[in-house]
Write a protein that binds this ligand. Structure first.
Ligand SMILES: Cc1cc2nc3c(=O)[nH]c(=O)nc-3n(C[C@H](O)[C@H](O)[C@H](O)COP(=O)(O)OP(=O)(O)OC[C@H]3O[C@@H](n4cnc5c(N)ncnc54)[C@H](O)[C@@H]3O)c2cc1C
Length: 534
């Protein structure tokens, strides 16, 4: 059995940041185990590849939820990255920290050290290399707005006329509709694998194993000591002298904990797993952003007119190959931001967005992104920033290869249903603006102004979907009776084990979750190194 100082499970958004930070000083031997393959794949690198990776089994876990009661029993498709870079290698590339209040709430819930003032330096260090070392590993957070579809300007005008706060310059944090910043570098995806792991892989103290599916953590008493994994059909074990760090994401981390006997002891015993530590909150408090797209037929040409035919695709392909620019180099989510659905609120409750193309997301999760609608179309969409409904991730057997049950319980909480209505009425207000009416080639496909509240909510239940921001399943909190990890991300009640990924969020952040996840990993790495020196 090989021994390392640290073993990181999961080479996703968080895992890659951890691997870089823990190996930088050269003193620690680190093993990173990732179930998926390398991210050196054409469609991972090309931003628009998002539409293809959405259903690509080779790099995607392709989970389905259990039927969701609040959505009339619909099953919701949940893509998650299974590749170096994790979900950050298949995501829509939008970079947004959320709102300062998100983190102040984390701290107010008893998580000292996680207020916005505490975490801001970590965002900044992720995003900017030190002045004396501009080539040091860092994320590229890029303003591509000069290349955005011209319809973006119409969207900003629609929002202005709808009395929403608009800013022409992109923002990293807080309220306002702006062009989105994206994690791209020179026209390519800049995931945490590219930004952090690749430079670290040159170091001799980092071992990265792809295709390594972790089945469980082995304990000696209450101390996590070993990691069992399978690779190419063979079983292996590695030993951690210092710590094991789970970074397998909001589905993978609770799954591995439960398989290892850390979870609800009674339930685990009922499916044949010996309990190591009774931790009933493992896999609880699942949160996500649930949203809806409204599709419009446009007088102006949109990206449907580029991607919907071969000449358009060939032109866009040539522009990308020759200049690394054009629609293939951009996210499909080009503008959006955080706004209040009512002026009476003290902070934004809604994220709205505009895509200058339109496609249907069917029940079975067939997102025809590269086969957009046959007309010139665009999307306005929204999701609630801080939903209160909570779900679960639970293993259903002791077999590591079996996918866990995911119950997101969307719209379970009555406040989420009320918010959905308020947000839809906000979109209705935007639909009435002269700027939007001027764009339309036809009546809106979803005539919100002619729909009563029941019809609006029924539509939201029937057509809505995940915005892919699963988190909270091993949440941070001061009390072992209501959380899984403490404010240094150590699993309550056991030793030598931390959880450093989106599953540790105490509460979902208001906007896209990739930036907060990488920040959390950056902060966690500092804590791990500090604790080693004590
Ligand atoms: C389709 C999609 C679009 C999104 N769009 C955006 C966006 O535009 N902007 C944004 O900010 N966020 C977006 N997100 C969300 C964001 O990407 C995630 O919140 C973030 O990547 C989560 O990081 P993580 O480290 O917690 O998990 P992940 O990045 O998912 O990493 C977990 C890693 O662990 C590995 N793993 C899991 N189980 C095991 C196991 N048993 N053994 C070994 N390895 C294992 C996985 O393969 C994966 O590589 C999107 C997500 C998806 C899926």
């Amino acid at each position: 059995m090989r021994e390392f100082d640290y073993i990181i499970v999961g080479g996703g958004s968080a895992g890659c940041v951890l691997a870089e930070k823990l190996t930088a000083c050269g003193r620690h031997q680190v093993l990173l185990l990732e179930a998926g393959p390398s991210d050196r794949r054409f469609w991972v690198q090309v931003p628009i590849g998002y539409g293809i990776l959405f259903q690509q089994k080779a790099v995607n876990w392709m989970y389905n939820s259990d039927p969701v009661p609040g959505l009339d029993g619909r099953v919701i498709y949940h893509p998650r990255g299974k590749v170096l870079g994790g979900s950050g290698s298949i995501n829509a590339l939008v970079y947004h920290r959320g709102q300062a209040g998100d983190y102040d709430d984390w701290a107010a819930a008893g998580n000292n050290g996680w207020s916005y003032a505490d975490v801001m330096p970590h965002f900044e260090q992720l995003e900017t290399p030190p002045q004396d070392d501009p080539r040091a590993p860092h994320l590229s957070v890029t303003d591509n707005s000069a290349d955005f579809h011209p319809m973006g300007r119409d969207f900003l005008e629609i929002c202005r006329q709808g009395q929403l706060p608009v800013c022409e310059a992109p923002t990293r944090e807080g309220p306002g509709i702006t062009p989105y910043l994206t994690t791209t570098r020179d026209g390519q995806r800049c995931s945490s694998a590219k930004a952090f792991l690749r430079p670290a892989m040159r170091r001799r103290n980092l071992t990265v194993m792809t295709g390594a599916h972790v089945s469980r953590i082995g304990f000696e008493g209450k101390r996590a000591q070993t990691v069992s994994y399978s690779r190419n059909g063979q079983d292996f074990k590695a030993r951690a002298g210092a710590e094991i760090i789970l970074a397998a994401g909001a589905v993978g981390s609770p799954q591995i904990l439960q398989l290892s006997g850390v979870g609800d002891a009674r339930y685990l015993q009922s499916i044949g797993i010996r309990s190591v530590h009774n931790a009933p909150h493992v896999g609880q408090h699942l949160q996500d952003h649930y949203g809806i797209n409204y599709i419009f037929k446009s007088k102006q040409k949109t990206l449907n007119d580029v991607f919907g035919n071969w000449p358009g695709r060939i032109m866009a392909g040539m522009e990308y190959v020759l200049r690394r620019s054009g629609p293939l180099s951009l996210s499909v989510n080009q503008l959006g931001g955080l706004v209040k659905s009512s002026t009476a609120l003290n902070r934004p409750d809604t994220q709205i967005y505009m895509n200058p193309l339109s496609y249907q997301t069917s029940q079975k999760g067939k997102r025809k992104l590269m086969k957009p609608d046959s007309f010139s179309g665009f999307i306005l969409g929204f999701n609630s920033c801080r939903p209160k409904s909570e779900g679960t991730v639970t293993i259903t057997s002791a077999r590591p290869g079996e996918l866990p049950s995911i119950r997101p319980n969307y719209l379970d909480h009555e406040d989420d249903r009320a918010e959905a209505l308020a947000m839809a009425r906000l979109i209705e207000r935007l639909m009435a603006t002269p700027a939007l009416c001027d764009l339309l080639a036809d009546e809106p496909m979803t005539p919100l102004d002619r729909m009563d509240d029941d019809a609006v909510l029924a539509d939201f239940r029937q057509r809505g979907g995940t915005v892919f921001h699963l988190c909270g399943t091993c949440r941070m909190g001061p009390d072992a009776a209501s959380s899984v990890v403490d404010n240094r991300l150590r699993v309550h009640g056991v030793e030598g084990l931390r959880i450093c990924d989106a599953s540790a969020f105490p509460n979902i952040t208001s906007a896209n979750t990739n930036a907060p996840t990488m920040m959390l990993a950056h902060r966690a790495a500092g804590m791990i190194l500090q604790d080693r020196q004590r």
